[in-house]
Ligand binder design. Sequence first.
Ligand SMILES: [Zn+2]
Length: 154
Amino acid sequence: MVTDINYMQAAIQQAEKAKQMNEVPIGAVIVNYDDIIATGYNVRETSQTGLSHAELIAIEEANRHIGSWRLEDCTLYVTLEPCPMCAGAIVQSRIKRVVYGAPDPKAGCAGTLMNLLQDERFNHQADVTSGMLQEECSALLTGFFRELRERKKK
Ligand SMILES: [Zn+2]
């Protein structure tokens, strides 16, 4: 059976792609009826746009795949808790469920700093599962920043 863990592993594979490009390793996949229909990873440095977050790239791909801006039957898996921009895009896309790995104490808007995904004042709320493969997702990030600091020292 394909489970949340398998899909989060797929998101981690996306994050690994970001890492290979010296990008902060954050990855996402969107699942629709047991199929991964879209993937994305952070490419902010490569693209030099602040919009190039893993979630937004995956959402755009899912929109193209389904041919609709509505992603009502989709689950988004992302290695790091969504920021305010991505949480906004998730609400606007009507994504049904969000599963994330590591909490983000600096930008997390799916429960840590605030919870934009479950605010009853908006016209859409998503189900949220947090901490899925949290240790692996966090280790990717801490390892990346440690290497970055060491490289800078040299
Ligand atoms: Zn974001």
